[in-house]
Design a protein around this ligand. Structure first.
Ligand code: NAD
Length: 247
């Protein structure tokens, strides 16, 4: 049950916000039918995501890792953005100073139309040559076998950030600049355990900013958030936008 008083508190804060930073995780896409990593539906052939989304797993068994990504792309390809994604696009239209940082690799925010966006963990529709680092869209490369190969003969990997890898420098710099500038951070559908993104709410709090959390359950972020709205992001976000528009 969403608390109307909390929705109004969030709307009032947003009405007085100069720079809104939104951070999303797998939870926002859950209502589009895409499994989160830590939910019950996150298993594939009894593998946990943490066992497959690593450079070591790819080195050891690239075929299995590619098959897992093909399975995920099969689900994501059929998925559509949900009302939570659309509400975040509306927020981008409302705020002149806005940035969306997403940890999701499904590309759904881009399909919704968000443009002021950093895909900080990459995009699983893109591939990268493990030797040259050159990236291309998956549909542009021939797929005669798994794993597919670059023209140079080396293996192509998904252009995503795996556990144990560093984030792309440019994306990280853009995120840090936004963390300095924003006065409100809205965190949606993330378990808050994957670093460095998990530290973003604390950075904003230390800079004197306001943190809003939207999640179906309490997370480590709930301890420092100014307001936590518990429920599905596809229900809550449209209500927040509606309340903001009537401020
Ligand atoms: P996570 O799986 O660790 O956590 C998901 C969070 O979403 C949980 O806290 C859960 O309570 C919450 N949640 C679930 N359904 C929700 C809903 N309807 N509304 C609001 N909240 C909901 O995901 P994470 O924190 O994003 O971190 C894991 C990593 O997994 C990320 O790096 C991400 O790249 C990757 N991942 C991405 C996708 C995707 O692209 N859709 C899917 C799975 C994992």
């Amino acid at each position: 049950m969403i608390q109307a008083a909390d929705i109004n508190k969030v709307a009032t804060r947003l009405a007085n916000t100069k720079f809104l930073l939104v951070l999303t995780g797998a939870g926002i896409s859950h209502e589009s039918g895409i499994p989160t990593f830590r939910g019950n539906d996150g298993l594939w052939q009894n593998y946990r995501a943490e066992e497959l989304a690593t450079p070591w797993a790819f080195e050891r068994d690239p075929v299995t890792v590619w098959q897992w990504y093909d399975w995920r792309r099969g689900i994501i390809g059929k998925a559509k953005p949900n009302p939570g994604h659309h509400a975040i696009k509306e927020l981008e239209d409302i705020f002149e100073n806005f940035l969306l940082i997403t940890q999701n690799v499904d590309g759904l925010h881009g399909r919704t139309g968000n443009a002021k966006m950093v895909e900080i963990h990459g995009n699983l529709w893109r591939v990268r040559c493990v030797r040259e680092g050159k990236t291309s869209m998956l549909m542009e490369v021939p797929l005669p076998s798994i794993p597919p190969r670059c023209e140079c003969g080396e293996i192509l990997r998904p252009d995503v950030v795996w556990f144990g890898e560093s984030l792309p420098t440019q994306a990280l710099e853009q995120a840090f600049r936004a963390l300095e500038m924003c006065d409100t951070l809205m965190v949606v559908g993330t378990s808050g355990v994957v670093y460095p993104v998990a530290s973003f709410p604390e950075t904003v709090k230390n800079n004197g900013g306001f943190v809003i959390e939207i999640n179906t359950e309490a997370t480590p972020i709930s301890n420092i958030a100014d307001v936590s709205l518990f429920g599905k992001s596809g229900d809550i976000l449209p209500e927040v936008v509606r309340a903001l528009r009537t401020q």
